[in-house]
Design a protein around this ligand. Structure first.
Ligand code: FE
Length: 206
């Protein structure tokens, strides 16, 4: 996942957080709350079973199948329940997922103003910057400027819509299908889709 460091933090900020996480993990293991194996199992699960590759498959299918797309926008969890994704797509952090579509008129961005709510089964674990208080505040206050820092320049007449993920609803974006992809298979299309595009901070290019 792309590391975003356009907010001008000290370079040791992430190292500091990582050290705190390691300290917390050792304490939890020492107190017998979790084992080292538990942590590895969870991390492995979100690297191999639940991750942005699921979201990419969903997006590619929506680009290729209008009926699926309509169902996806209406009821994400129902639409993805029978397309061969891993069991548990409606489990941890994916109980109520909703999809918003980027069009020529509207560009959507997903944030969590309160903390870091994110659709884990479709996008994996949230990147560092998504949880960052400055990103969360600035994306809400000046989304166009933040998008520019991510390298996304939108025409002035495109409206930016912000979606605030919460414990109740976790949003993700159906990006616009790039031009020049006619005739591509779903598998080929899925390779173009990045987690950033499904969060609305990048566009998909062919
Ligand atoms: Fe949250």
């Amino acid at each position: 996942m792309t590391k975003y460091d356009g907010f001008g933090y000290d370079s040791d900020r992430e190292i500091y957080s990582a050290a705190r996480v390691r300290a917390l993990e050792s304490l939890l293991i020492e107190k017998g709350v979790i084992s080292g194996e538990t942590v590895n199992k969870v991390l492995n699960y979100f690297e191999t079973e639940m991750g942005p590759f699921n979201g990419a498959k969903i997006v590619a299918k929506a680009w290729s199948d209008p009926e699926f797309k309509a169902k996806l926008l209406e009821d994400c969890n129902a639409a993805i329940s029978d397309i061969g994704l891993p069991i548990g797509m409606s489990g941890a952090e994916g109980e109520h997922m909703k999809v918003v579509e980027n069009t020529a008129q509207v560009h959507n961005i997903v944030i969590c103003t309160l903390c870091s709510c994110y659709p884990w089964p479709t996008l994996g674990l949230p990147p560092y910057w998504f949880k960052d208080p400055t990103f969360r505040a600035r994306a809400a206050r000046e989304p166009r400027a933040v998008l520019q820092e991510f390298g996304v320049e939108l025409p002035e007449d495109v409206t930016i819509s912000l979606w605030d993920s919460s414990a109740q609803i976790r949003w993700f974006v159906l990006p616009a299908r790039p031009e020049g992809t006619e005739g591509m298979s779903e598998a080929e299309l899925a390779k173009l889709v990045t987690p950033e595009a499904m969060m609305g901070v990048a566009l998909v290019s062919a």
